[in-house]
Design a protein around this ligand. Structure first.
Ligand SMILES: NC(=O)c1ccc[n+]([C@@H]2O[C@H](COP(=O)([O-])OP(=O)(O)OC[C@H]3O[C@@H](n4cnc5c(N)ncnc54)[C@H](O)[C@@H]3O)[C@@H](O)[C@H]2O)c1
Length: 432
């Protein structure tokens, strides 16, 4: 059986994974993007983002001519057009659908007769209806829109494409749903079929749930600190409950960030309100999250007796460990707040070369050298490998705010450091 001719529109973080993944499922895939540099890099098998396994898979797909990248394509060539453009937040929280609607216009021009348009971007409930109406207005009433949300974790994108927990197919038309399902044939995962609006809402609900568990974890960490309880053991108890699970987002830190959880939680709150539904728990989740970085700054200011002119080392810059994505990073929010109070921030993250508001050092040691205070944002092996004796030798001061409880509190205290009692006074960046 030969695969379908698939066009992926927008080959950014999600689109690149989708294009490579569908090529590996033996479809003939073309990726297009308005960003000429991105297209040129992908054609040569180069990827900006740090995603283990994806570069090798991209190169294989290019070599086998299963995948190509173009700036534009001829009309009529494609059985399915998959939209992976961004749906960023407007200041109100409302998702900005301009990229998506423009990509829809493009799909109207190039998708073959009777084809399907698949939305892979995260979209508010009702977007498929809007897109189908726009397709009809463009004379393409033959095209059906199917929503197939993407649930992958950044930093594990290739693994998650190949081994998803589920494939969700949201279609109002049975045949279109079957055709969309066929695109993902070959993945060993349960296929959950539903109508389109349910699939659209399900993606938002999944991210809102994850965001809520991070804010819950942070409030429990505060509670544990107040009672002198060990938050790590506490979360072990919760995770051992099969109704919660080992992979639950129960890790204290600076709060959730990245491109999805903050924007999707805010978007859900916004779109629900347009139908008169007030999501109080989600509001609390967002409020708890917004406060985390500020609380860390307050603790440091008190511990250091002021922040003006202080040099602060920051370990971990991306929104979570294992990715280079700086979008809505809680560590950068913290750096911004420190900078506003006169501190200078020197940071390190093995996957990040440049970050706004931070002098990026070439190593953890270089970030620590001469620092008065240290902030740990990531719970990662390279952070745990920093020896307190080495840090004491390099730093001028002895103050550490360890947001995720990455360090051995006893060893750092024994080396003369004042810490926020590590896992006790937590603030929330889980490894997700
Ligand atoms: N990043 C994640 O982990 C993740 C996970 C699941 C879902 N999503 C969703 O996927 C969508 C995309 O996110 P992303 O992180 O890949 O964004 P991104 O900004 O990395 O990629 C979007 C790409 O689309 C291109 N583009 C914009 N308009 C275009 C057009 N008209 N024609 C062709 N290309 C166009 C841009 O140049 C860019 O390369 C969002 O809706 C996001 O919520 C993201």
């Amino acid at each position: 059986m030969t695969g379908d001719r698939v066009l992926v529109v927008g080959v950014g973080r999600i689109g690149a994974v989708t294009a490579v993944g569908l090529a590996h499922l033996l479809h003939a895939v073309t990726g297009v993007d308005t960003d000429a540099e991105r297209v040129a890099a992908l054609r040569q098998g180069r990827l900006r983002e740090a995603e283990p396994g994806l570069r090798a898979a991209l190169k294989t797909a290019l070599r086998l001519r299963q995948l190509r990248f173009e700036r534009s394509v001829a009309p009529g060539d494609f059985d399915a057009t998959v939209l992976c453009v961004d749906t960023p937040p407007l200041p109100s929280g409302e998702p900005d659908l301009r990229q998506l609607m423009a990509a829809g216009e493009f799909a109207a021009r190039v998708t073959g007769r009777g084809g399907i348009v698949v939305t892979r971007s995260t979209v508010p409930p009702g977007t498929g209806d809007r897109l189908e109406a726009a397709l009809r207005a463009a004379g393409r009433g033959d095209l059906r829109v199917v929503h197939v949300p993407e649930f992958l974790r950044e930093g594990r994108a290739w693994e998650d494409f190949r081994e998803p927990d589920r494939v969700v197919i949201g279609a109002n038309d049975e045949r279109a749903g079957e055709r969309a399902g066929r695109l993902f044939d070959g993945l060993d995962a349960p296929v959950l079929r539903m109508d389109r609006v349910t699939a659209e809402l399900a993606k938002y609900a999944a991210n809102a749930f994850l965001a809520t568990s991070v804010s819950f974890a942070n409030e429990m960490a505060d509670c544990a600190a107040a009672f002198g309880a060990d938050v790590e053991r506490l979360f072990e108890v919760l995770k051992a409950d099969r109704r919660i699970g080992q992979r639950a987002y129960l890790v204290p830190g600076l709060g959730f960030g990245g491109h999805c959880l903050p924007k999707d939680a805010a978007a859900l709150e916004y779109v629900a309100a347009t139908r008169g539904v007030v999501l109080r728990q989600l509001r609390a989740t967002l409020d708890v999250n917004r406060e985390r970085a500020g609380r860390a700054v307050e603790w440091l200011e008190a511990a250091l007796g002021g922040l003006g002119g202080r040099e602060i080392a920051l370990l971990g810059l991306a929104f979570k460990p294992g990715t280079d994505d700086l979008r809505a990073s809680p560590a950068l929010r913290l750096a911004e707040l420190l900078g506003a109070r006169g501190a200078r921030v020197r940071g390190f993250d093995p996957l990040v070369r440049v970050a706004p508001g931070v002098m990026v050092a070439g190593s953890a040691g270089e970030a620590l050298a001469g620092a008065t205070g240290l902030v740990v944002a990531h719970r990662a092996d390279w952070v745990r490998a920093v020896e307190p004796a080495m840090a004491a030798g390099l730093m001028c001061g002895r103050v550490v705010f360890d947001a995720p409880g990455a360090l051995d509190h006893e060893a750092w205290t024994a080396a003369g450091f004042t810490t926020n009692r590590c896992r006790m006074v937590a603030a929330g960046a889980a490894d997700r």
